[in-house]
Design a protein. Sequence first.
Length: 358
Amino acid sequence: MKHILVTGCAGFIGSNFVPYFLERYPDYHLVNLDLLTYAGSLENLGEVADHPRHTFIKGDICDRKLVEHIFNTFDIRGVIHFAAESHVDNSIANPGVFVETNVNGTFTLLDVAYKHWMEGPFQYKEKYLVEDPSTIDHRPSTGGTVPRFHHISTDEVYGTLGETGLFTEETPYAPNSPYSASKASSDMIVRSYRHTYGMNTVITNCSNNYGPKQHDEKLIPTIIRNALAGNPIPIYGDGKNIRDWLYVLDHCKGIDLAYHEGKPGETYNIGGRNERDNLYIAHKICEILDELHPMEKNSTLKSYKELITFVTDRPGHDRRYAIDATKIENELGWKADENFESGIVKTVEWYLEKYNAN
Ligand code: NAD
């Protein structure tokens, strides 16, 4: 049995990842460390609550003693690090906790992992300190014995794009919000542990995810919830901000591939080639709701679209993000299974169940 520490998996992406990963790898035991902040919920993990290869620990990634205890208790052979403060609006209101969790928390995990793997009972020291660590096959898929640290990051570290162009792994970092700046900082710390100590790291930078179990505060659940309640659907600015939307299970598949097959020290961008602006998304969701859950006959409105309302833009709102996923597609054979139009139907159906609207 291989013991893997996964962090933040009571949140949106992690709670989709855990059942997927457990099913795919019958020899993995996942130790799930999550603080259960407002963004995490054990309900998200309902389907694996009694799973014999999933251990949930409520705690803070910044708590060094706890993280050391976890490494000492379980023979941790890999880390997949999702835990973060993740909502840009909250980072504008309260940036401190973003620095604490995203920067200090990532540092704590990385440093404990490195010291444990280097100096602990497993003594991977010689394997790290060769002249060129990239000459060693560190990939978990080929039985590489050097434990891997996989850091989950975002395309927001690259800043904003004009009307053309795509983010590649070579695009210079230019984060614009406290959220993206804290994620960019954590990426840099991970990079430094690779460069300085030869640690077996992989980073994935993904575009906007959507799908089941996303927190109510994010764009797509906000649209659906307000529409169903007959409330105004708030859209920032002119609604023309563009994101590259990826269905969450396609992200999970990309993480799986990068964790198992990715080259040590490499970064892989993951994105669905599904650029859509916020207004398009609101319209699309309203059309699906009009079909799946039409408005009451006596309503004065004909379509949910009539609820769309423009509100004051977010300060410093990045205009456009778009990922060039060529590297992960060509090197690791990743490909998104869903396009936005197929994934959004599944997503709306899931929220209709959640909000008991069927
Ligand atoms: P989320 O906000 O839904 O979940 C975050 C989880 O981390 C929660 O369960 C929360 O309780 C936990 N957490 C927060 N602080 C913690 C701490 N100090 N110690 C332990 N646990 C803590 O986030 P998400 O959308 O699932 O994102 C997961 C990761 O993916 C993040 O690193 C995020 O930056 C990255 N990412 C997200 C997206 C997206 O569109 N959601 C896109 C690209 C990258």
